[in-house]
Design a protein around this ligand. Structure first.
Ligand SMILES: *Cc1c(COP(=O)(O)O)cnc(C)c1O
Length: 377
């Protein structure tokens, strides 16, 4: 295996294991969420892996993401749920993408595209049951349901599913979760009363899959947990295995004297004569600049402190007066499973007051993805 400057190693066997954890927790079929390049892990290899591991279908935000999966030969059922006025519904219909609509306008555009194409669109009704983000708003739902049923009866669309998204899935005991489930069930029941063949229902995201099996319906829709990250760290990790390890080669090792400042604005000054290492990883690669002076890296099983500002392309590590036995060409682990005592994406997230979703999906395009295990490599 070659050794690029900066690598995100993706353990596909970990992802397959996590699919098993989620299936056991929910007792339900899995719609695996692979949007945003599978949260930075690589949509195509992850899609192949999760389907081989027993997930039954896939979900993405944009139609362009679904089309990219098709272009790579992924033929599993794919639902796409975030559209704009320029979204190419005709291309989605041609590629057999399930289009989740959030409004009457989107539905009308899908029906028009289906008529032009001369083939029915597969449609999911995305219900806003309380998140107040995407989804068909409550006041409009009755009318949109009538339109859905009419288009379904005419044959321009086939309504396959009703989906909704939880606002407080990571607060398992919050009453809104059950309320959203009831509203989603009621929406599906209305479609059935209007003559639509009983639609599938799905609303559980990762935290709900793991903590609220009673909210599983025909499918569950986990994202982050597939990648081995617990969405409810206070409750547990559920045996999930983090799939991404971010490593960088030590590009440069050199001595600096006591009193010398390091990196932009010299926010860190060497207290003694010491040795520093330059790593080719910066905020353009997904290392938050806010981690300046607040991160550690693992090199040859030893932890070293990051010092000074994280720059766009580089960061600096203090190896100590003796250089820590580190040589140019050694590999530094920025985050990984944490199993060997190294930092994790959650450590980074906590240090900069965010969630590890943002850390892994922010790993940049310059970082070379390498795959181990699985079927997608
Ligand atoms: C991103 C997303 C998910 C997955 O959420 P996780 O918290 O990562 O499990 C599920 N459904 C929708 C609509 C989403 O946008």
């Amino acid at each position: 295996m070659s050794s690029p400057a900066l690598t995100a190693t993706i353990d596909l066997d970990a992802i397959a294991h996590n699919v098993g954890v989620l299936r056991a927790a929910s007792g339900t079929d899995i719609l695996a969420v692979v949007k945003a390049d599978a949260y930075g892990h690589g949509a195509v290899p992850v899609a192949r892996t999760v389907i081989a591991a027993g997930a039954t279908e896939l979900g993405v935000a944009h139609i362009s993401e679904a089309l990219a999966l098709r272009a790579a030969g992924v033929d599993a059922h794919v639902t796409s749920w975030l559209h704009t006025t320029g979204s190419d519904f005709a291309a989605a219909i041609a590629a057999g993408i399930d289009i989740a609509v959030s409004s009457q306008r989107q539905l009308d555009a899908v029906i028009a595209a289906a008529r032009v194409m001369g083939s029915p669109a597969t449609v999911t009704a995305k219900i806003d049951s309380g998140l107040n983000r995407s989804g068909i708003g409550e006041e409009t739902w009755d009318d949109v349901a009538v339109s859905l049923a009419k288009a379904d009866a005419e044959g321009s669309i086939r309504v396959r599913a009703v989906m909704s998204h939880l606002a407080r899935g990571d607060e398992p005991d919050h009453p809104l979760n059950s309320a959203q489930a009831e509203r989603t069930d009621a929406a599906a029941a209305l479609l059935t009363r209007l003559g639509v063949a009983t639609p599938l229902i799905h609303l559980a995201n990762s935290p709900a899959v793991l903590t609220r099996p009673d909210l599983a319906r025909d499918l569950v829709r986990p994202g982050i947990a597939l990648y081995g990250r617990t969405p409810v760290p206070a409750i547990g990790d559920f045996g999930l295995i983090p799939a991404m390890t971010l490593t960088a080669e030590v590009a440069l090792v050199k001595r600096i004297a006591a009193g010398q400042g390091v990196s932009y604005n010299h926010t860190w000054t060497a207290p003694v004569d010491t040795t520093i290492a330059v790593l080719p990883a910066g905020y353009a690669d997904g290392v938050p600049r806010a981690l300046s002076g607040r991160l550690q890296v693992l090199i040859n099983d030893r932890l070293f402190d990051g010092v000074g500002r994280v720059c766009m392309d580089q960061l600096v590590v203090d190896l100590g007066p003796d250089g820590g036995g580190v040589a140019e060409g050694d590999r530094a682990e920025l985050f990984g499973t944490g199993a060997a005592g190294g930092p994790t994406a959650r450590d980074w997230a906590e240090a900069v007051d965010t969630i590890d979703y943002e850390i892994v999906s922010g790993v940049g395009g310059r970082v070379v993805r390498q795959y181990v295990g699985g079927v997608g490599g």
